[in-house]
Design a protein around this ligand. Structure first.
Ligand SMILES: NC(=O)c1ccc[n+]([C@@H]2O[C@H](COP(=O)([O-])OP(=O)(O)OC[C@H]3O[C@@H](n4cnc5c(N)ncnc54)[C@H](O)[C@@H]3O)[C@@H](O)[C@H]2O)c1
Length: 281
């Protein structure tokens, strides 16, 4: 077997939540191109159906759409029934559905806080438990959870305490499951994307201003990522190419967290250098 063979996902079955659009769609496309059958699990049925149809038409594999609110245990149970009847197995689970709101913490209604937690982390509990039972029977599986660099550092200047908290929880959830399920042949990892241009963020980029300037100033690559730039990392974690990788956080952020992980003195120096450099230009 060559290293290229290890990246192949022929005849495997992957569920991608929030896979109808944005990062989920792009990562699902990478998996489809590597040979996997796909379940596009999304709250938005119309978009999920057109995405599934697009994958079926453009790859050798089958893709189906499932309307699922990932915060609903009954929706998740129905999805599992449909997938098992159709494909009879689940090899890859991509817990990717997520929401983001910029609200000052003092103004955040408690119900909105809970909504953020429900979609961004509690949904992963529901879906992973349901799919995990099947993977445990199979003694095989790869689970990938979409966190964010906001699970590692506090982004600025936008106020998003709920988002940061939920994405931090995704990382500890991932490590905990990796520990519990390694003995069943199930690997569990997380990706932590930086600023990417998608439906979730396109209005922010279109508006520009201080927030976007700050984001880009601290991104060494100097630009937002594009959804297709997550395909390589997603395929790596889904496939046997990462067979010894579990409980890990793969950060894909154009370098943003290199600044934020340094100690405060270093950060001040970097800020001074950045300002001096900008002035010189
Ligand atoms: N865009 C970024 O810059 C960025 C950066 C880091 C992490 N992320 C994370 O990546 C993931 C995808 O983000 P995106 O930018 O593609 O967002 P997006 O809004 O473009 O897509 C999110 C998808 O999730 C679906 N969804 C939302 N709530 C759902 C629910 N309750 N049940 C089922 N599906 C639901 C939506 O219908 C949509 O198809 C999220 O978890 C997000 O937090 C995004």
């Amino acid at each position: 077997m060559t290293i290229f063979d290890k990246f192949k996902l022929d005849n495997q079955v992957a569920i991608v939540t929030g896979g109808a659009t944005g990062l989920g769609k792009a990562m699902a496309e990478g998996l489809a191109q590597a040979g996997t059958n796909l379940v596009i699990a999304d709250i938005n049925l119309d978009t999920a159906q057109s995405t599934a149809q697009y994958f079926t038409e453009t790859t050798q594999n089958e893709a189906i759409a499932c309307q699922v609110d990932v915060t609903s245990a009954s929706d998740v149970a129905k999805m599992i029934d449909v997938v098992m009847e159709k494909f009879g197995r689940i090899d890859i689970l991509f817990n990717n559905a997520g929401i983001n709101e910029h609200v000052k913490f003092e103004d955040m209604p408690y119900e909105r806080w809970l909504k953020n937690m429900d979609v961004n982390i509690n949904s992963m509990v529901l879906v992973s438990q349901a799919v995990g039972k099947i993977m445990i029977e199979q003694q095989k599986g790869s689970i990938i959870n979409t966190s964010s660099m906001s699970g590692l550092i506090v982004n600025t200047p936008q106020p998003q305490a709920a988002y940061n908290t939920s994405k931090g929880a995704v990382i500890m959830f991932t490590k905990s499951l990796a520990n519990e399920w390694a003995k069943h042949g199930i690997r569990v990892n997380t990706i932590a994307p930086g600023y990417m241009k998608t439906e979730l963020t396109k209005d922010y980029f279109a508006q520009g201003g201080e927030m976007i300037d700050t984001w880009m100033k601290f991104t060494p690559l100097g630009r937002p990522g594009t959804p297709d730039e997550l395909q390589g990392p997603a395929l790596f974690l889904a496939s046997d190419a990462s067979s010894f990788v579990t409980g890990s956080v793969l950060t894909i952020d154009g370098g943003y967290t290199v600044y934020k992980f340094c100690d405060s003195r270093d950060c001040d120096e970097i800020l001074m250098i950045t300002i001096a450099f900008s002035l010189a230009l």
